[in-house]
Design a protein around this ligand. Sequence first.
Ligand SMILES: [Zn+2]
Ligand SMILES: [Zn+2]
Length: 425
Amino acid sequence: MSQPPSTAVAWRRDLHVHPEVGFTEFRTASRVAGRLADLGWDVRTGADALDPGARLGVPDDDVLEAAFAAAAGDGSWAGDDRHLADMRGGRTAVVATLDSGRPGRHVALRADTDALPILESADAGHPPVAGGFRSTRDGVMHACGHDGHVGMAVELAERLTADPPDGRVTILLQPAEEGGRGAAAMVPAGVVDDVDVLLAAHLGIGLASRTVAAAVDGLLANTKLRAVFHGRAAHAAMAPHEGRSALLAAAAATLAVHTMPPFPGHETRVAVGALHGGTVSNVVPDRATMLLETRADAGGVNEEIARRVRVALEGAAATYGGTVTVEAIGTVTTATGDPEASAAVAEAARATGLEVVVPTADLGVASDDATAFMRRVQSRGGVATYLAIGSDLAGPHHTPGFDVDESVLGPGVDLLERAVRALTA
Ligand SMILES: [Zn+2]
Ligand SMILES: [Zn+2]
């Protein structure tokens, strides 16, 4: 007889089948809100959990409405009706608190909820295919492990409910981590203003199963931009001199961005990830759009790179007689963990039988907007750490063959439970 899956595994498989991209996590967020409310936690959603005006990179209304309609319908995509209406329009954050009523500290755990716009592998050997829990939404998949984060958070909530620790525990279910968009909208809603200790955990990121990094401080700052180049349309053969090609400007800008000099002593990245322009072969394109990003291991360096990128975009636009509008659609800062919080995590990991490792430099190319929560908590006198729970991966993060090792979820909850109980006391 095989054992039924644990709460963490059951939830993560269900979410893997039903992935939702940033700010459309209606099913995911409403179901978790419902479960935690049923457990007796105080649940805040909608504008109480996130400032709608502070969101960056919000999908278009038709995308939001289509996703909402799926969650408002029947069948396996249905969300929890009690919490859905509050989330309409992409207000998909959930803040749930368990208050023991006894003295103690307020410990918060961040769990991100969003999936990625990636078509999941259909290979027979891909674990979700073999296990019967491949994504059923074509072109969207949990390719970063956030399904596992939510699964662990729900199981942790069940365990804490059964035996509440001193003080208070809050679980922050954050939308739109990918792209660095969700945390920055939750912070202004005040959701971590009275938090004493903040923990943000991520599965995988280069660490093997049964290992834990109690502090990952090499997270990169990043800025994500959308640039729209404007030119003037003209007949490409009869009046090319009257045209101003937005496409040529964008192409030149792409090369300029990718030939920025490195900053000695710093990890930096620039990337143009998408470029669209023009309509047909015989018209000078009057519009081109570009999605690009910059990253660096220091906030000031990232800001300087982003500034130079904007100059390059404007220069290329001017060269071809056009203009460009540049909009920030995501931003992530750096943060450094506090020894008190990371020591508690390391202790909890050892007690769980996991090996505590020091993260290596190659973890440093990642970014996570949990740093916005960390900085807010630290600025108000609290402590924080970003920890990595190791997981052997079926394929790299953000690729069609990605999957986490489910056997690490149970020990992951053990670790988080121990850390929360130690830190609330
Ligand atoms: Zn990711
Ligand atoms: Zn992630």
